[in-house]
Design a protein around this ligand. Structure first.
Ligand code: ADP
Ligand code: CP
Length: 311
């Protein structure tokens, strides 16, 4: 099978962890142990989040007295692709000596008139208590929003339309390369009337980008791997229940939070609705069990997996 994995920001830096390079490298190595086993069985494309890292780079850039202003988010997104891509590429090369692995700087086309530019919704950087978040917002001109019990900076997150480097990624897969691409949802760019690309101030959602890429690359399965074993019905209520096998229709009848599970569910539903193939949401260390149908929330057109032929 051709499998695309969208690795949650939590896999690289868990909430509350010190954002040192050594901490993140150790987390990436642990993640790669699972991913390397998948790559032994399947053609593998890996995308990853960058919310904590891009927010941290934005803070560093804003605090640099040598700059006239912070670096824009497209540039910061490119920095996170290089950094996390390098960590993953090296960990994968060490785990699978002899296998070709490549991290690709990747741009994602968005549109300048996307309403998301008027309503920042993508959480980036560290969490704060409300008072500190509001103080920082006033100081730096940020928008901040509640993320669970805490508060975080939010930036615009326009919808991904196409991954600019899709054809090259397809060639790499055909050559047997394990491709790491579209990190942080891809660097957001717009095309002008003369066809030229320019970066924009935004952070694209990596699950939504992964589903667009999965469709374009004709992937058989789209796995959104995070820190919860399954999507919960009634999340945060006394009546929580795990969803094991489901359909886009059933999922769309439920509500999920915009900054976390919402985009994962939307991405999974879109991929299944467009392709008729399988999408799943679950824990990174259960990826193999998810593909065999015994873990995760598995989304298929008829709610069954493995898909059974009606012929
Ligand atoms: N209905 C739900 N079922 C399970 N988890 C949920 C649900 N709604 C929100 N969440 C939260 O979503 C989180 C995963 O989203 P997120 O933190 O954005 O993941 P990642 O950074 O791994 O992409 C979980 O840790 C959980 O707290
Ligand atoms: N860009 C992005 O979706 O990052 P996270 O997964 O870390 O939120």
């Amino acid at each position: 099978m051709r499998v695309i994995v969208a690795l949650g920001g939590n896999a690289v830096l868990r909430r509350g962890q010190q954002p040192d390079a050594a901490v993140q490298i150790a987390n990436v190595r642990a993640a790669v142990r699972t991913l390397a086993r998948l790559a032994g069985e399947h053609e593998l494309v890996i995308t990853h989040g960058n919310g904590p890292q891009v927010g941290l780079l934005a803070l560093q850039s804003a605090a640099d007295p040598n700059l006239s202003g912070p670096y824009p988010f497209d540039t910061l997104g490119a920095q996170t692709q290089g950094m996390i891509g390098y960590w993953m590429q090296q960990a994968m090369q060490n785990a699978l000596p002899g296998r070709p692995v490549l991290a690709v700087v990747t741009q994602t086309l968005v549109t300048a008139v996307d309403p998301a530019f008027e309503n920042p919704a993508k959480f980036v950087g560290p969490v704060y208590d409300r008072e500190e978040a509001e103080k920082l917002a006033a100081e730096h001109g940020w928008t901040v929003k509640q993320d669970g019990r805490q508060w975080r900076r939010v930036v615009p997150s326009p919808a991904p339309r196409r991954i600019v480097e899709t054809r090259l990624i397809r060639k790499l897969i055909r050559e047997g390369v394990i491709v790491i691409c579209a990190g942080g949802g891809g660097i957001p760019v717009v095309r002008d009337e003369r066809g030229r690309l320019t970066g924009v101030e935004a952070v694209v959602d990596k699950d939504l980008t992964a589903s667009v890429l999965a469709e374009a690359l004709e992937c058989d399965a789209f796995l959104s791997l995070t820190d919860v074993p399954r999507v919960l019905r009634g999340f945060g209520t006394p009546h929580e229940s795990e969803i094991a096998h489901t359909t886009p229709h059933e999922l769309r009848a439920l509500e999920f939070p915009a900054g976390s599970m919402g985009p994962k569910v939307e991405a999974a539903c879109r991929f299944v609705e467009t392709t008729g193939d399988m999408a799943a949401i679950g824990r990174l260390d259960e990826a193999e069990r998810i593909l065999s149908g015994s873990a995760g929330t598995i989304v298929t057109p008829n709610g069954r997996w493995p898909l059974t032929s009606t012929l």
